[in-house]
Design a protein around this ligand. Structure first.
Ligand code: SF4
Length: 289
């Protein structure tokens, strides 16, 4: 049996930078306490390694509910690749901790655009999951942002033709869907300006899994079950190839999936470390090949 990797998979540059920054801080530790705000990236294995390096997790909920009581002046707080809310940044500043903002450039760009366009007097429309930390973070920098989960929801929106709007989307939105939204909006609503904040890394991984899913008998998508971009890769793979499975570790592989097949394809979410992928490949080799 052949194991085929997607052309693009695994750590994106945003996640890579955030993880490298945390490792660097742990190495240089000058006795200061280091915290990551929530899960630095959506992958449990990565988080476990960071915890072993004595980087503690402090949740956003805890900081909000206690007004950052645990944190002391000069503690180090690393903000994850998908950013956080304005309220949280404000509390951290008030506590005089040292902030290392590992929010990825795409998230920062979305945040900046939202603030600029609102300042120009436009109402903000956001397409994405309002419960996802990235979305919560970005929209917290605006006022009365209207959030729609998907294209269908957007179609039901009440758009006032006398107002000017600015539309932007979660960085991990499927690029094909975003293009459909762009066409729909430009045909129907000349008063909506569109900002593209879809991340290139997500798009490349989505395109690569589309190709892979056609070439192989079974697709294994490796990544955290709460990782938005991993779930999207899985949905794309499953639509093309129903024999697609989302797994986090080698222990979740069922040998029956691989029985009698010629090609297994592997892809991985943007927060999945290379070690997890290698572990899964080795396990397939040991068990099946
Ligand atoms: S998936 Fe894209 S937006 Fe998210 S951290 Fe990676 S590069 Fe940035």
């Amino acid at each position: 049996m052949e194991i085929i990797r997607a052309d693009k998979m695994g750590f994106c540059f945003g996640v890579k930078e955030a993880v490298e920054l945390a490792h660097e801080l742990a190495r240089d530790n000058s006795g200061k306490r280091i915290y990551m705000l929530g899960m630095l990236v959506h992958n449990e294995q990565v988080i476990e390694v960071l915890k072993k390096l004595k980087i503690k997790i402090i949740t956003e909920k805890e900081v909000l509910e206690t007004d950052g009581e645990t944190l002391k002046k000069n503690d180090i707080v690393v903000i994850r690749a998908h950013g956080t809310t304005k309220q949280l940044y404000d509390i951290l500043e008030k506590k005089e901790v040292t902030i290392y903002d590992a929010a990825c450039i795409f998230v920062k760009k979305a945040r900046k655009l939202l603030v600029e366009k609102q300042r120009e007097g436009k109402d903000i429309i956001f397409i994405g999951d309002k419960d996802h930390p990235e979305v919560k973070g970005i929209i917290s920098f605006g006022k009365d942002v209207q959030v729609f989960l998907n294209f269908d929801e957007l179609k039901k929106a009440n758009i006032d033709s006398s107002k000017r709007y600015f539309l932007l989307a979660q960085t991990t939105l499927n690029k094909n869907i975003f293009e459909d939204i762009e066409k729909y909006v430009s045909l129907n609503y000349p008063n909506i300006e569109i900002g593209n904040t879809i991340c290139g890394a997500t798009y490349e991984r989505q395109k690569a899994v589309e190709k892979l899913a056609l070439e192989v008998d079974v697709v294994l998508v490796v990544g955290g079950k709460n990782s938005s971009n991993t779930k999207k890769l899985f949905n794309i793979a499953r639509e093309i190839n129903p024999r697609s499975y989302l797994i986090q570790t080698k222990n979740e592989i069922e040998l029956s999936w691989l029985k009698g097949i010629k090609k297994v394809g592997i892809t991985a979410g943007a927060s999945t470390p290379e070690e997890s992928i290698i572990e899964i490949e080795n396990s397939i080799r040991e068990e099946v090949l």
